[in-house]
Design a protein around this ligand. Structure first.
Ligand SMILES: NC(=O)c1ccc[n+]([C@@H]2O[C@H](COP(=O)([O-])OP(=O)(O)OC[C@H]3O[C@@H](n4cnc5c(N)ncnc54)[C@H](O)[C@@H]3O)[C@@H](O)[C@H]2O)c1
Length: 356
């Protein structure tokens, strides 16, 4: 029986999403071992080391020290958004494969830097867009790829919550997060929508960002209180995108607003043959002149999305396949989000440079 190629993983950022989703993912990969952990917070790193059987002398608070002191094959980065770029670049510089949480970076300039570094290192750089790997996402994608929708002319992307504002400074202070709901949850739904559309080239974007509720006490936060003085990102963003193929997309992202749903996290694709909604799989079409409501089915046999995401990263490393979430695609996602913010700031439509 052949043994899988051993993989030595360094973890950077051992907080919420690492412990809840990435660690259980790594624990399911035969031949992969987390050999070192780096976190600015010593207590967090120690707790993680205990949970993941990392020896005490392999706990770091400095990324470069971890990279210098260990033979690694890849790193998994789960630090706050603004910390990603230097860490991704340092790991690529060392010749390591990189899995990094979303948003990969909060500016296109940084994504381009990473793109160049990954190309020159010839290593996998993958944004952790876990929603692409869920059973329903795979089912809908298969349906779209087999021309189930016909030509897609419009997408409606929602990442809107009634009162779920993440309270940590890592999300609400721009110097750490690089943006509000646009970069936090908009990035997920937008990536998913663009992936289902086959990543057309965005050419023009108008948008706006606002702080409607987060500075006051009008809507009670479901995750408790936050520091209103330090809050300096948007709590609402909306944007309208034109693509080179003539399609359009509308995006809404918010953490706090008067709405009926606790959360509406969805992508609707409107095609000439049918409309499909993610993640419900709801389908609207016409057959023989009759209006038909139907449902796209999940792909069966898949593990939860974060697990499948890590499997895909490992498979790309071991088989020499391209990144399962190519950085060229991440660049389009970040270009749109950046342009929404910039459009709001400048009060005009932003024309994007030709893609890539
Ligand atoms: N895909 C998803 O479903 C999902 C969900 C939540 C968060 N995220 C993303 O994951 C990332 C982390 O979010 P989180 O909720 O786990 O945050 P968190 O605050 O719970 O954890 C981040 C950890 O990084 C550490 N850290 C901060 N700066 C560091 C640095 N410079 N070097 C080393 N360690 C550092 C902190 O001490 C903390 O332990 C963010 O980019 C976020 O957008 C993704």
């Amino acid at each position: 029986m052949s043994h899988p190629q051993p993989l030595r993983i360094g973890v950077i950022g051992a907080g919420g999403i690492m412990r809840a989703a990435h660690l259980p993912g790594w624990q399911q990969v035969p031949g992969a071992r987390i050999v070192a952990v780096c976190d600015l917070d010593r207590g967090t790193a120690e707790r993680f080391a205990t949970e993941s059987a990392v020896p005490a002398d392999k706990i770091y608070s400095d990324v470069q020290a971890m990279l210098d002191g260990n033979e690694l094959d890849a790193v998994d980065i789960c630090t706050p958004n603004r910390a990603h770029t230097p860490q991704v670049l340092a790991a690529l510089e060392r010749g390591l494969h990189v899995l990094c949480e979303k948003p990969l970076a909060t500016t296109t300039a940084e994504v381009r830097q990473m793109q160049a570094a990954a190309a020159s290192a010839k290593k996998i750089l993958m944004t952790a867009q876990n929603h692409r790997f869920s059973a329903i996402s795979r089912g809908i994608r298969k349906f779209v790829e087999t021309d189930g929708l016909g030509e897609v002319y419009h997408a409606r992307i929602h990442a809107v919550r009634r009162n779920w504002l993440p309270v940590k400074p890592t999300f609400i202070v721009d110097a750490i997060s690089g943006g509000g709901p646009c970069m936090d949850i908009g990035v997920h739904a937008l990536d998913l929508g663009l992936w289902l559309m086959g990543f057309p080239d965005p050419v023009r974007v108008s948008g706006t960002t606002k702080v409607n509720f987060a500075k006051g006490h009008g809507i009670p936060g479901g995750w408790g209180e936050w520091d209103r003085n330090r809050f300096d990102v948007e709590d609402f963003a909306s944007g309208f995108v034109h693509f080179a193929n003539g399609a359009t997309l509308v995006l809404e992202a918010s953490w706090l607003q008067h709405q009926l749903e606790k959360e509406d996290f969805s992508a609707q694709l409107f095609g000439r043959k049918a409309m499909v909604k993610w993640p419900s799989g709801d389908l609207a079409t016409v057959i023989g002149g009759s209006l038909i409501d139907a449902k796209v089915q999940e792909v069966s046999g898949l593990k939860p999305s974060h697990q499948e995401e890590i499997f895909a990263f490992v498979d790309a490393i071991r088989s020499g396949k391209p990144s399962p979430v190519p950085v060229e695609q991440t660049l389009k996602v970040i270009a749109i989000l950046e342009a929404i913010v910039e459009s709001g700031r400048q009060g005009r439509e932003i024309v994007l440079p030709t893609a890539n």
